[in-house]
Design a protein around this ligand. Sequence first.
Ligand SMILES: O=c1[nH]cnc2c1ncn2[C@@H]1O[C@H](COP(=O)(O)OP(=O)(O)O)[C@@H](O)[C@H]1O
Ligand SMILES: [Mg+2]
Length: 193
Amino acid sequence: MALTFVTGNRNKLAEVQAILADVLPNLRSQDLDLPEYQGESEDICKEKAKIAAQRVNGPVLVEDTSLCFNALNGLPGPYIKWFLDKLGHDGLNKLLTAYEDKTAYAQCVFAFCAGPSNEPITFTGRCPGRIVTARGPNTFGWDPIFQPDNEQGQPGDKTFAEMDKIIKNQISHRSQSLKLVKDYFDKHPEYRS
Ligand SMILES: O=c1[nH]cnc2c1ncn2[C@@H]1O[C@H](COP(=O)(O)OP(=O)(O)O)[C@@H](O)[C@H]1O
Ligand SMILES: [Mg+2]
């Protein structure tokens, strides 16, 4: 049975479709308003997947993204959506003014649930970097204030927002977790149709 990616976020959908195009060319999507539990991202995502599988009555993929500041022991983490909403890019930078350490990581968790009576499995990817004053187009979430590290683990020179989408999709938290998702569906072609 065909797999449904449940999301209401068009930017996420575009990246997921681009990255998974060769493995799941017919991935469909559905926008369901799912409750978000509190806690660790993996658990939040598993709960979302269970509920989504019940509502869709079939196999689903859901995703949850966190932005974790090391100086704040990982916060805002899964609550970044509301922090971004209320504080904006500038307010998020100000959260770190009391700390020298501006490093952060973006984390993306995908959860796959095969059906209403199955246990979800998760795939987690991370991208290390730092929080900077906003640069680049303001088209997707916190992209303008996150500057990923380069391959040598040194500060990069572009924020996600300044990067070509193709480059972002090669290194991002989402692409790291989707590599694991890809490996899984390579071995489970039954969800391809
Ligand atoms: O790759 C990204 N770059 C920048 N912002 C992102 C990225 N992925 C998710 N976000 C933002 O981070 C927050 C993550 O929250 P969540 O994963 O619950 O999103 P959703 O409910 O919009 O699907 C949202 O504000 C989302 O727009
Ligand atoms: Mg969330």
